[in-house]
Design a protein. Structure first.
Length: 79
């Protein structure tokens, strides 16, 4: 999958810009949905320090939320 937004790894500070190809693992979040739409959790690893990061699909805002291991560097809806 390609990253939908730019992120920065919390442990090593490595920067990933939007569109970087990364191998991800997908799982369905059990017991959580939004208007009948399933929510997925995506796991991937930093290319430098191999720390695992995760993001969750967010159907309410038509995007993704970073959950663990990294921070978004830019969020368009805040502008």
């Amino acid at each position: 999958m390609m990253l939908p937004f730019s992120i920065c790894c919390d442990s090593c500070g490595n920067f990933f810009k939007a569109g970087t190809k990364i191998a991800m693992r997908k799982e369905t979040v059990e017991g959580v949905s939004y208007l009948g739409i399933e929510i997925y959790r995506l796991y991937f690893k930093c290319k430098t320090c191999y720390t695992e990061m995760s993001m969750v699909t967010d159907p309410k805002s038509h995007g993704y939320k970073m959950e663990h291991g990294a921070t978004r560097t830019y969020e368009a809806y805040k502008d």
